[in-house]
Design a protein around this ligand. Sequence first.
Ligand code: PGA
Length: 240
Amino acid sequence: MKLLIAKDYDELSTRAATLVIETVKQRPVAVLGLATGATPLGMYANLVQSYARLEISFTQVRTFNLDDYVGLPRLSPDSFYQYMHRAFFSQTDVRPENIYLLDGTAHNLTDECVNYERYIEEVGGIDLQIVGIGRDGHLGFCEPGTSFESKTFVAKLTESTRQANAGGLQSLDEVPKRAITMGLSTIMSARKILLLANGQAKTDILRQALYGPVTEAVPASILQRHPDCTVILDALAAGE
Ligand code: PGA
């Protein structure tokens, strides 16, 4: 595992974007695994700027997002579908037909999960998967206790995750109770993983995930077993 400590969130975001850009320059048809949440927003802003400066094109890139809520309409401003279009897709040349997002409103969620795994396989797997970490150690919506063997599945969200994600929604009641998410084995099958975390609230869980026992009680601890995982933290998340 390669650990990089950035002095602040801006530097974390620039470094993360640089890594994505290097991946795409090396392999213009790269398959990117993308994440939502507060953490990668700065990275997306940097990618959009690089695109606007004509430094990079995403026209051949394919993207697979980690997760989305079950039951929240795609057009809801709080869906991850909307987040991704706002933060990245609509501001770059990623082609709509190359964007894969789990559909939490699909009629048959089991089929949705199986098909997603198949699409990932058909494009030859994910080259670079970006992940954040939840305060409870989750990756995607793989909450503590999720099997390390899990493939894309429908997950029940913990109360702490629902509270952390309340965001723009009016009340906790509006935060969906389930989500559709890549499994831990889906995430681990990416050729490279980039974990991003900023802020003091993440220090404790990072210590457990990066230096504690590898256990399903801390889903992100599985990253210790990945052969090519880079972690970028800001100084606050890195703590002492
Ligand atoms: P955050 O979420 O980036 O909003 O902290 C990370 C996560 O829950 O995976």
